[in-house]
Design a binder for this molecule. Sequence first.
Ligand SMILES: Nc1ncnc2c1ncn2[C@@H]1O[C@H](COP(=O)(O)OP(=O)(O)OP(=O)(O)O)[C@@H](O)[C@H]1O
Ligand SMILES: Cc1cn([C@H]2C[C@H](O)[C@@H](COP(=O)(O)O)O2)c(=O)[nH]c1=O
Length: 189
Amino acid sequence: MLIAIEGIDGSGKTTLAKELKKWLENEKKKKVLLTAEPFTEEISKLIQEEGWKDPVTLTLLFSADRGVHVNWIMKQNQYNIIITDRYYYSTIAYQSAMGIDKNWIVEVNKFFPKPELTLLLDIPAEIAITRIKKDDKFNFKEKLSLLQKVRENYLEIAKNENSIKIINSTKTFEEVLSEAKNYVEELIS
Ligand SMILES: Nc1ncnc2c1ncn2[C@@H]1O[C@H](COP(=O)(O)OP(=O)(O)OP(=O)(O)O)[C@@H](O)[C@H]1O
Ligand SMILES: Cc1cn([C@H]2C[C@H](O)[C@@H](COP(=O)(O)O)O2)c(=O)[nH]c1=O
């Protein structure tokens, strides 16, 4: 079972992913693999060095990284649940905010398995940006306006996809976690 956690930078994905893993292991006795994208060191390096120069190359690099990630996930047979911190909805939301045609991104990513559940942490970019670490890996230019567009894109994607559940991430972390647990509980019971 594949669960994706999505949202703009600083929305709380990593914190939620770790706590869900703990809860699923300790309370639900599940074997959980926690993973994240971008996945490979080599492609992350190329993204940093080359990707930002051109959004088409960036889209292809994130998607190629996903190909390697998915092939690796397929071999992790000992787990009941895989939680990934970012998946293809990130490419659709971010790279279409950079001007890439959404349908083309969907086409490039259509071979990857669809998550049974995606938790979308929704938060205004102005609030999220105050939570983002200073050592932000990819250092977007004009981060705030980009993240505003990315947020809108995520909400648009969620309108047409029932498996994406929107959680208001301006709430306390305890409230966010509790809502996330309810969605996961529905899925596993
Ligand atoms: N609901 C919340 N309320 C307040 N602070 C939160 C909440 N959730 C997470 N945080 C804090 O916000 C910061 C960013 O959280 P986190 O690293 O989990 O976000 P992220 O979405 O994974 O970010 P990035 O995409 O930049 O890696 C952390 O300091 C975390 O403790
Ligand atoms: C997978 C993916 C990621 N990104 C962007 C989003 C973030 O700014 C960084 C990843 O770092 P984080 O620690 O997860 O925040 O990369 C993207 O633009 N497109 C993608 O497909």
